[in-house]
Design a protein around this ligand. Structure first.
Ligand SMILES: [Zn+2]
Length: 145
């Protein structure tokens, strides 16, 4: 399995790993290594590609590997939906739909530049993640593995 969970008990990690693995299979990204890190995410985190006000999760690419940060202080259901949401972003990065601009001035979505100053909720990759997150999470929770 390519999912690793950090900062959770072994029992919880196992459940989260199964959950995330189900989502990975549904998204067709089960061959990609993903580390899910539970942590305290500060509301004023100034990292450019995170929306300041509602940051409960984010996807980072560290040495070519994907790291999903999940706020450890939100409820389980929201955490599950956040993981589903962020895994959609992993897929978008992995298939090349979404790329960071080298100078951090924004992103490329399917080859088209989108500035960091763009409205968060209008970004195509966010619309896709929000559209898929609930169904992905619900399907993954209803599956045994
Ligand atoms: Zn997002």
């Amino acid at each position: 399995m390519n999912i690793t969970v950090r900062n959770k008990t072994e029992t919880a990690s196992q459940k989260i790993t199964n959950f995330a693995n189900n989502i990975a299979i549904e998204l067709g990204i089960e061959n990609i290594k993903i580390t899910i890190v539970y942590c305290i995410i500060l509301p004023n985190d100034s990292t450019k590609h995170k929306p300041n006000h509602t940051t409960i999760g984010s996807t980072e690419i560290v040495d070519g590997e994907y790291e999903i940060l999940v706020d450890d202080e939100i409820d389980n259901r929201t955490q599950a939906i956040t993981i589903a949401h962020e895994m959609v972003h992993v897929k978008q990065y992995a298939n090349g739909d979404l790329k960071h601009a080298d100078d951090e001035s924004g992103w490329f979505w399917k080859g088209e530049f989108v500035s960091v100053d763009s409205v968060y909720i209008e970004r195509e990759w966010e619309l896709e993640a929000y559209r898929l997150q609930f169904k992905l999470a619900a399907n993954a929770l209803s599956q045994k593995s």
